[in-house]
Design a protein around this ligand. Structure first.
Ligand code: FMN
Length: 271
């Protein structure tokens, strides 16, 4: 009863994100609040999963929703002992029905399309979870046979992704690794030929996009997300002041963030 009431309050505060905001601010969240994920939100995430593109419109995805503690522990062990699978209040295992895909596309359907389709479905679900104020982690490092055994999956059902989902801890910092700018990895007409100059210089200004992902996130005012440049993507983030990286939130900030977390307002609250 109380949970239902809380959920209604949450729903009231939900202010759905713009798609680009959601894509830019989504991060791999691996530490969760203990709060249960309300069923209404689970339904919306599953619904998002069914909206993805699929080869031949086969829609081969199937989902196993796991909340049972023992099953989550077993799954966590199958996921090479990744603790966040056990700790997440909600786990959704996204599977591909290989039989359905094979009927139309044979071996290529089973080995390629089924994985691509469910991958698209998973990305939708991650974005939906994020837009609903949840945090999620796509876990793929797992022993497939163990996952199949734990969930009693028939042979034709292949587990493709284990999604650990929960409310992010409001006072925790979640790091967004900076992206490789498309200008560095896109070519014009043939591989190796640079894109015309206007793609490099003016497209961000034209669409009102800030110079860096970090600046964008600052604008969105999501208190728990910071950008972390990695060596691998070799993106120089000159805009990020050094002191922000290591700054611990004050007690006031923690309380403020906690209240924000309760109301689950999304970045679109920009006034
Ligand atoms: C196919 C695939 C497998 C992944 N497997 C794991 C995993 O086993 N454990 C994990 O914590 N994250 C896993 N991730 C999440 C990535 O580590 C994460 O998306 C990446 O570091 C980029 O960070 P971001 O999601 O915050 O942008 C996986 C992601 C993908 C797409």
């Amino acid at each position: 009863m109380l949970l239902k009431f809380n959920t209604r309050i949450y729903q009231f505060f939900i202010d759905k994100m713009d798609l680009f905001e959601a894509m830019e601010s989504r991060v791999n969240v691996k530490v969760y609040d203990k709060r249960d994920v309300p069923e209404e939100l689970i339904a919306q995430i599953l619904h998002a999963g069914t909206l993805a593109a699929s080869a031949g419109d086969i829609q081969p995805w199937e989902f196993v929703v796991v909340k049972d503690k023992k099953t989550k522990i077993d799954l966590s062990v199958a996921c090479l002992r990744q603790r966040h699978v056990e700790e997440a209040p909600l786990v959704i295992v996204v599977c591909a029905n290989l039989e359905k895909v094979a009927l139309k596309f044979g071996e290529r359907g089973k080995t390629l399309y089924a994985i691509q389709d469910t991958g698209a479905s998973i990305q939708n679900m991650l974005l939906a979870a994020h837009a609903l104020g949840l945090g999620a982690s796509w876990v793929h490092a797992f022993e497939e046979e163990a996952v199949k055994r734990i969930l009693k999956l028939p042979d034709k059902i292949k587990p493709v992704g284990v999604l650990a989902i929960g409310f992010p801890l409001p006072y925790e910092k979640y790091y967004k690794t900076d992206i490789i700018p498309f200008e560095n990895i896109s070519w014009s007409e043939e591989y190796g030929k640079e894109l015309p100059w206007f793609f490099k210089e003016t497209w961000k200004d034209r669409f009102g996009i800030k110079k860096s992902l970090y600046e964008n996130l600052k604008e969105m005012k999501i208190p728990s997300i910071e950008v972390k440049s990695t060596e691998a993507n070799k993106v120089e983030d000159k805009t990020k002041p050094q002191d922000v990286k290591d700054k611990k939130p004050s007690v006031f900030e923690r309380i403020f963030n906690w209240i924000r977390g309760l109301s689950r307002k999304t970045p679109t609250e920009k006034s």
